[in-house]
Ligand binder design. Structure first.
Ligand code: ADP
Ligand code: MG
Length: 396
């Protein structure tokens, strides 16, 4: 594949070189222990590969929101031992008071973590002094933190202009997957956009109508679109002030030859709690005191048929209130269809979003999608078609 960014394969000889590697080590902690080490595990490949090649690996990362102040509770010293355990080799903590001195003593193949980049107020401002201070610590720069790439900070963007810059393995995998899903996808392309509110995903919807062949709208936001089409959605979550915007999106889709799929049957309840009495009804039969909480079985089956005709799927947002049974039914069913089609080789499936990842895990199919992004905000901005500064800075 022709890429417009350089990877570890393009770095040349790194033995003895000081390589600054931006990772996402912003792990959740409770009582001094890491409660989810996904991000630590994701950083291993790039760090280990560079260390194996004899580089002096200096990991840069932020931890929490110290807002430019030193804060011992947000010191990356707390993450050094957990990362060492996951990496399976010694990791040195590099205090930023004498970073240059410590780095000068590092051996080839040694790994260190520099103190929280956000202790310096210049990090989030991308201040030239901060960029220069960091650049002086390394010979080469690797950005492996896609999840931080929507921010133009010194360690995520500024450094790429000062040192020869490369994408790490994690960044490379994410960019390749996203390119296959929306940059340069095989058509027909389907997008599932669900979740609670239209207002949080307006830019996503506006961007997607021009990119995809099928736009599947589910979740609470489908109610706003149904209301725009004159459906009485009862007590459902619905942004009535956005029905005009919903109409504009439907018009734009029409012009772009994008077929919009709204549910035609829905699961409704009078109370929002686990396992209440429910009815499955046509969207025109929702009563005044009922809420739409999931896509119905007939619509779900029709959506599965749509996916069967597609080559590419990009998914953000659950189809129903999946945390509360039985309103996870449509999401789980369509996720399983997508996973099966991916396994058969007929579909490239890429999904992202905090609740979407949770829903795919609940369905037990996260591992069967082509790629599941845990990048959160960066993933959404990419879905909005925005250029991510940390990615743009890597482009040759
Ligand atoms: P993501 O984190 O994947 O981007 P969102 O945060 O946009 O997804 O949306 C997820 C939320 O949407 C979930 O909490 C889910 O319960 C809610 N939701 C989905 N469908 C409905 C619905 N019909 N009514 C109310 N809430 C819904
Ligand atoms: Mg969410």
């Amino acid at each position: 594949m022709a890429r417009n960014f350089r990877t570890l394969d393009d770095m040349g000889e790194v033995t003895g070189k000081r390589v600054l590697v931006r990772e996402d080590l912003n792990v959740p902690m409770a009582d001094g222990a890491v409660t989810d080490d996904t991000r630590l595990r994701a950083a291993v490949q790039t760090v280990a590969e560079l260390a194996d090649k004899g580089a002096k690996v200096i990991v840069l990362a932020h931890f929490g929101r110290p807002k430019g102040q030193r804060n011992p509770e947000m010191s990356l010293a707390l993450v050094t031992r957990p990362f060492e355990a996951v990496l399976g080799r010694p990791v040195r903590f590099i205090d930023d008071q004498d970073a240059a001195g410590v780095i000068a003593t590092m051996a080839e193949g040694e790994v260190g973590i520099l103190e929280n980049t956000r202790f310096d107020a210049g990090e989030e401002k991308n201040a030239p002094e901060t960029v220069d201070r960091l650049a002086a610590l390394g010979d080469l720069y690797v950005n492996d933190a896609f999840s931080a790439a929507h921010r133009a900070h010194a360690s995520t963007e500024g450094l790429a202009h000062k040192l020869p810059a490369f994408a790490g393995r994690q960044m490379e995998a994410e960019l390749d997957a996203l390119d296959k899903a929306l940059g340069n996808p095989e058509h027909p392309v389907a997008a599932v956009v669900g979740g609670a509110k239209v207002s949080t995903k307006l830019d996503v919807l506006k961007h997607l109508v021009a990119q995809v062949d099928h736009l599947i709208i589910g979740g609470g936001m489908a109610n706003t679109f149904l209301a725009a089409r004159g459906v009485n959605v009862g007590k459902s979550l619905c942004e009535h002030d956005l029905t005009g915007t919903a109409e504009e999106i439907l018009d734009a889709a029409d012009k772009a030859n994008c077929t919009v799929h709204l549910p035609y049957d829905v699961v409704v309840a009078k109370e929002f709690r686990a396992n209440p009495p429910v009815r499955t009804v046509n969207v025109h039969e929702v009563a005044e005191d009922e809420m739409i909480l999931d896509v119905g079985p007939a619509a779900t089956e029709a959506l599965a048929d749509v996916l069967k005709t597609c080559r590419t799927l990009v998914w953000n947002g659950p189809l129903g209130a999946f945390e509360t049974p039985p309103f996870d039914t449509a999401t789980i069913s369509l996720a399983r269809t997508a996973a099966a089609l991916t396994k058969e080789g007929s579909l490239v499936s890429v999904a992202g979003g905090g609740d979407t990842v949770a829903a795919l895990n609940q369905a037990g199919v996260a591992g069967d999608f082509s790629f599941v992004s845990t990048a959160g905000g960066a993933f959404l901005e990419w879905m909005e078609g925005k250029a991510l500064p940390g990615v743009a800075a890597l482009q040759r």
